[in-house]
Ligand binder design. Structure first.
Ligand code: ACO
Length: 209
């Protein structure tokens, strides 16, 4: 049976491992710089240096990034690309408690956590996080490494560029585009296109950095 290794053993990894277990995946272990002990019963395998050897013992092993994202950094995507280069597949992980409707395309290594609704016609890039209880309405376009934080609502036809994070509980009205490398503050409301990378907060959201 194929198994999966989780990259990172912190808080986001815990959520991902819980979803993997519910989805019936066999989790081989997690990698991390430090031994955090078993995470939800899943063992530490060592640092990322153990990954090439793992393909020898677990030839059908896939991987998923268990490191969260609270900014517009590229780290998760860089890690995913590096580990893909070793020969690991990055499957799409969807919680059995999420709803992904017809005609949705999710990029490699994207995780869809509990309570998420993704509506028809939406596409995401690679390594995205659709976090707990977020809603991604119809016909949205998300780039690579986008984090839609818990409780966010993206209305229909929204576009979000690579590496952007939309913070907890934020709302984006229909047909708005947010460019790459942005940080949208928790609880903000985005009502106009955002075309310059930066940090945006408030209702309506305005650039502060
Ligand atoms: C499962 C999980 O936990 S996933 C993680 C989810 N986490 C999030 O969604 C975090 C989102 N992050 C935020 O909202 C942050 O406050 C940020 C990134 C927008 C700003 O953080 P920083 O860059 O550190 O800015 P800082 O805290 O210095 O605030 C700058 C100003 O913006 C204001 N501000 C910061 N965040 C917000 C916000 N969300 N809404 C309105 N105003 C805000 C501050 O009050 C401050 O105003 P002041 O200068 O008048 O005092």
């Amino acid at each position: 049976m194929a198994s999966i290794v989780v990259i990172g053993g912190g808080g986001h990894a815990k959520v991902v491992i819980s979803v993997l277990k519910k989805a019936g995946c066999l989790v081989a272990g997690y990698t991390d710089r430090q031994d955090r002990g078993p995470v939800l019963g899943i063992p530490w395998l060592g640092g990322d240096g153990v990954l090439p050897g793992l393909l020898g013992t677990h030839p059908t092993c896939g991987a998923i990034i268990g490191i969260g994202k609270v900014d517009a950094s590229q780290l998760r995507l860089t890690l995913q690309d590096d580990i893909s280069g070793l020969g690991f597949d990055f499957p799409v992980i969807v919680s059995p408690h999420a709803v992904v409707n017809e005609d949705v395309a999710l990029g490699a290594g994207t995780v869809v956590l509990d309570g998420v609704v993704v509506n028809s016609g939406t596409e995401t890039g690679r390594a995205c996080i659709l976090n707990t209880n977020s809603t991604v309405e119809h016909d949205c376009r998300l780039g690579d490494n986008v984090h839609i934080a818990p409780g966010v609502t993206l209305s229909g036809g929204v576009a979000v560029g690579h590496n952007t994070m939309v913070g907890t509980g934020a709302t984006v009205i229909q047909s708005v585009s947010i460019c790459e490398d942005c940080m949208i503050g928790a609880g903000s409301t985005v009502v106009r296109d955002i075309t310059v990378p930066g940090t945006y907060v408030g209702s309506p959201a305005r650039r502060i950095k």
